[in-house]
Design a protein around this ligand. Structure first.
Ligand SMILES: [Zn+2]
Length: 327
């Protein structure tokens, strides 16, 4: 991925706008065939508007009077048109281009110059197409999830069997997806390897992407790599990296998989705090998955990170035997 992505997205917006304009033209053509009177009115409005602008240029003696007269004429014509619309049950905006995104009229930018949410969705979908994520999500989602692979025997000192525990987790994750826009929930998945944490992250990602939520999925390793490239390699930073970096903060859901597998140092600590904190402040949701126990996690990361996590994340423990070892 490179600047090609931006070009592709902009080309798609152009196509959408052209298509909408073309369809509006066709509607107009048909409408005027069926109700020729409307075309007459349209012509008159145009003509009168031209006359009006001429007056401004030439400013004759009785300028105010003429302006008033022409403006009234235009209003009258518009009213006439409106009545015809009403009589024929035609919506007022019938001849306007119908854009897919009403917020930005398929330009990617809202009237106040900000990037539209549909733009971020486009970026994410391109990122996924480029990253093989699409393929993965087809295989790993709530529909392909099999609860029966989890043992129903008690495990160590846990009250619930791994399967019962998994039922609860499943419910919490489905809840998370269902109420995504209503709550401020963040999730921390912790527990050993091969217990379905990544699978569960993928289930959530798939469900929410289908609902057009912008989801960015990164392993902690690649996450810090993106941040490092952004901070220390600004001159040579690729377009891909820049987009990815912005997405870390802008996406509606960030999934950080395998936290603790990266080489931790003061840089990763500071950046992780920044990411978690910025997202909490902006009320954007985050899921963190780690193979570390809570104790080890607390040892590896600063107190201020842990206090953010413990206060704002639902702690979800995965346990049982490594599923990849069995079978
Ligand atoms: Zn939009």
């Amino acid at each position: 991925m490179n600047k090609q992505i931006m070009e592709n997205i902009m080309t798609e917006y152009n196509k959408k706008r052209l298509k909408a304009a073309h369809e509006a033209d066709k509607r107009k053509e048909n409408l005027y065939v069926n109700i020729p009177e409307l075309e007459e009115i349209e012509k008159m409005i145009k003509l009168t508007s031209i006359n009006l602008s001429r007056i401004f240029l030439t400013s004759p003696e009785n300028v105010d009077e003429q302006i008033k007269e022409l403006k009234e004429k235009i209003e009258k014509l518009k009213k006439q048109r409106q009545e015809i619309y009403k009589k024929n049950n035609i919506p007022d905006n019938y001849l306007e281009p119908m854009h897919e995104c009403k917020k930005c009229s398929d330009t990617g930018y809202t009237p106040d110059g900000k990037k539209c949410s549909c733009f971020n969705r486009q970026v994410i979908s391109h990122l996924y197409n480029m990253s093989n994520m699409v393929h993965m999500l087809k295989k790993e989602n709530f529909d392909t999830f099999d609860i029966n692979i989890f043992s129903n025997e008690t495990y160590e000192n846990e009250k619930l069997t791994p399967r019962q525990n998994m039922y609860n987790i499943l419910e919490a994750c489905e809840d998370f997806c269902m109420n995504f826009n209503k709550t401020n929930a963040n999730l921390l998945f912790y527990g050993g390897t091969g217990l379905g944490k990544t699978f569960m992250c993928n289930c959530i990602a798939k469900t929410l992407i289908d609902k057009e939520v912008t989801v960015l999925y990164e392993t902690a390793f690649s996450l810090f790599e993106i941040v490092e490239n952004h901070k220390f390699n600004k001159q040579n930073e690729s377009e891909e990296n820049r987009i990815n970096y912005n997405m870390i903060f802008e996406c509606e859901l960030l999934i950080i998989d395998d936290l603790g597998a990266e080489i931790g140092n003061s840089f990763t600590n500071a950046e992780l705090f920044n990411i978690i904190n910025e997202r909490l402040v902006a009320e954007k949701k985050t899921i963190i998955s780690t193979n570390l126990s809570l104790d080890k996690l607390a040892n590896a990361y600063s107190d201020r990170i842990m206090s953010r996590v413990f206060n704002n994340f639902a702690l979800i423990k995965f346990y049982g035997n490594d599923l990849r070892m069995e079978s």
